[in-house]
Design a protein around this ligand. Structure first.
Ligand code: DGY
Length: 418
């Protein structure tokens, strides 16, 4: 155990650059990613609190003045990544992408505060981050739910963090791909095409990016003009929990937070209204095409992380989760294996991801401690056996994607300390 603990710490330290940490050292992701950084900060908090705080300070250095925190910050103008700063052409203090990612940072701050003692000067820095997080979460309500429905939309599959999930197949099939689209992918130089998104996916990703750049990423406009607009269950669950965790910290520290506090009930009720009793599932909703997305994705179970106050639904969802991977040796696959879109090794279309297991583990700790602990020991065993990779096959446990993967190492450190 302690050898692996040291290995996990070393992965973070070796991937660390000037104040921020790369998702991996294998060149696939040569920048700072939003939700990766949040997980990474939690990992550091167990052995270097300064690095944990600096990691998040770096992330918020890239925050836009409207409150948005981009999904990628290009601290170095590395041209080996596509799409890099030249393609995005945006960012304020730091060149960045023009879209965001799940705002898990708020829940990470709460976990860090629950777990550790901080000095008063560290506390001051953390509360500064909390205030920035508040602006970030308010940004979602303002610009990603302009019609005040209670649910926030993602406008690009990259915002979900689960880029090529079959969840997006239908909404992407409606996109008019830009004519004469020209670009050169760099991910395939360092990763096998069998495990990465398809050309058709990238054509859509870049068409959307170009559309947003043409609009100068104006958040007032993007919601209405984007060719992709989805109220995703996974994203909204993480968002709702982020809001709850923010309010928890703010209340304890006398930070005014009434707007978010008021919105929480609306978001929770709206999410609950998406519960489908017939097949005991939550399904995402394609806002643009007015279509329910009936894809059995593990992210639909993130509702457990959101801590909705409805015991009956939570219990039914837990029963369903117990069946989700009943025939596989390794769990949880990102897509249910009996689904026709499941692909064993292709990125978010099937493989097991450590952060998904971690989210479910956290969500179950109070609701079903036995299941939570089973997930924890299984996830630790997977990393003991196969090391800290980006993702794994649910059939064989074989690792795929990047090695020395920072968030796997960081979440390992949290799991062994929990
Ligand atoms: C990638 O480059 O694959 C990233 O997931 C985009 O955020």
């Amino acid at each position: 155990m302690s050898l692996l603990k040291r290995e996990a710490e070393n992965i973070l330290l070796n991937n660390r650059r000037e104040g921020y940490t790369l998702p991996t050292n294998n060149k696939l992701y040569p920048a700072q990613w939003n939700w990766d950084s949040a997980y990474i900060a939690l990992g550091y908090s167990y052995f270097n609190k300064e690095y944990a705080i600096v990691e998040l300070e770096k992330l918020f250095e890239g925050q836009w003045s409207d409150g948005m925190v981009p999904h990628i910050l290009f601290h170095h103008k590395d041209e080996n990544y596509f799409p890099n700063h030249n393609t995005w052409q945006c960012g304020e203090k730091i060149p960045s992408s023009g879209i965001t990612q799940p705002p898990i940072v708020s829940s990470i701050l709460k976990l860090m505060l629950d777990k550790h003692e901080f000095s008063s000067s560290e506390m001051e820095r953390i509360l500064n981050l909390v205030k920035k997080t508040k602006n970030y979460l308010e940004w979602f309500y303002k610009y990603r739910d302009p019609n005040d429905t209670g649910l926030v939309s993602i406008l690009h599959p990259w915002e979900s963090g689960t880029d090529n999930s079959p969840l997006w197949d239908f909404p992407l099939s409606k996109i008019l791909i830009e004519e004469n689209l020209e670009y050169k992918r760099r991910d395939l130089d360092v990763s096998s095409s069998d495990v990465r998104p398809l050309k058709r996916d990238y054509d859509c990703y870049i068409t959307l990016l170009n559309q947003f750049r043409n609009e100068k990423y104006n958040p007032e406009k993007l919601y209405d003009i984007s060719m992709f607009n989805v109220a995703d269950i996974g994203f909204n669950s993480l968002f709702l929990k982020a809001c709850k965790d923010l309010v928890y910290i703010a209340t304890k520290n006398n930070i005014e937070c009434t707007f978010i506090q008021k919105k929480i009930t609306q978001t929770e009720n709206k999410l609950i209204s998406l519960y489908n009793k017939g097949d005991n599932s939550f399904y995402s909703y394609d806002v643009l095409n007015k279509q329910t997305l009936e894809i059995p994705s593990i992210t639909n179970y993130f509702i457990l992380f959101a801590d909705i106050q409805n015991k009956e639904i939570n219990n039914s969802i837990i029963q369903s989760l117990k069946m989700y991977n009943s025939n596989e040796k390794y769990f949880f696959s990102s897509i249910k294996p009996d689904n026709k879109y499941f692909e064993e090794i292709r990125y978010w279309r099937g493989p097991v991801w450590i952060n998904c297991n971690w989210i479910l583990y956290k969500g179950l700790l109070e609701k079903d401690p036995e299941l939570a602990n089973k997930i924890k020991s299984h996830t630790l065993d997977l990393m003991h056996e196969k090391d800290f990779h980006e993702y794994y096959s649910c059939k064989s446990g074989t690792p795929y994607g990047a090695n020395n993967f920072s968030w796997s190492a960081a979440l390992y450190l949290d799991l062994i300390n929990d």
